[in-house]
Design a protein around this ligand. Structure first.
Ligand code: HEC
Length: 188
């Protein structure tokens, strides 16, 4: 009888673990979907503006007004229990400042980069209170250097000075972690 009870409990526990696993992987997938929505909406706009004006000055002017608008628009398309945003350890827009959990996750990515163990496919998921957070790392690419690198053009510097006087998001090299996109999904 005791044996039967134990095996019953074991089966029940196992079932629970498997179920939780299944659940969280679908939450992760859902988060990645929202991350991609924001990522591609922003990329599309920056790329087309950079094409129009390769100095980046036009895109810069565009970013400063439109990035928040695009983020809001994407969020309006998500279910009420979800949202998506960008953050970084060094921010340009103070509204994108990280909290303690964001900082911890980004520090883990930076450590992995330092140790040569990083892959941009490393999506991290953490639980914070009643929400799941899904993180995707954003690596600095050649395109990003125009506006986030060490040697900025005078045009870019002028926009930065005017629009982001407290900008911290310069001096990046290709391969550095520039920031993350985070999806937040409330548990039901
Ligand atoms: C044309 C200039 C320009 C280019 C190119 C550019 N950015 Fe930005 N970036 C900005 C501006 C302006 C902001 C602040 C406005 C905003 O997006 O909220 C910003 C903000 C960000 C943020 C949000 C955190 C913060 O600092 O406020 C991240 C993350 C980011 N950029 C990553 C990238 C990556 C990765 C690339 C390359 C794929 C890139 N950027 C290319 C101008 C640029």
């Amino acid at each position: 009888m005791k044996k039967l009870t134990l095996s019953f409990i074991a089966t029940a526990l196992l079932a629970h673990v498997v179920m939780a696993d299944g659940d969280t992987s679908s939450i992760k997938e859902e988060g990645v979907k929202y991350i991609k929505m924001l990522g591609s909406a922003l990329k599309k706009e920056v790329k087309s503006k950079m094409k129009e004006d390769p100095t980046g000055a036009l895109a810069m002017g565009f970013c400063s007004t439109k990035a928040e608008e695009i983020t809001e628009k994407v969020n309006n398309q998500l279910p009420h229990y979800a949202d998506v945003r960008r953050t970084a350890l060094k921010v340009r827009n103070p509204k994108n400042a990280p909290d303690a959990t964001d900082t911890k996750v980004m520090e883990a990515y930076e450590k992995a980069i330092e140790e040569g163990k990083f892959t941009p496919k490393d999506i991290k998921m953490v639980e914070v209170g009643d929400t799941y957070r899904i993180y995707k790392p954003l690596v600095t690419k050649k395109l990003c250097i125009t506006c986030h690198g060490a040697n900025l053009s005078d045009d870019i510097k002028a926009v930065l000075k005017k629009v982001y006087p407290n900008d911290k998001a310069t001096g990046f090299k290709e391969g550095d972690l520039r920031g993350v996109i985070v999806a937040e999904i409330k548990k039901d």
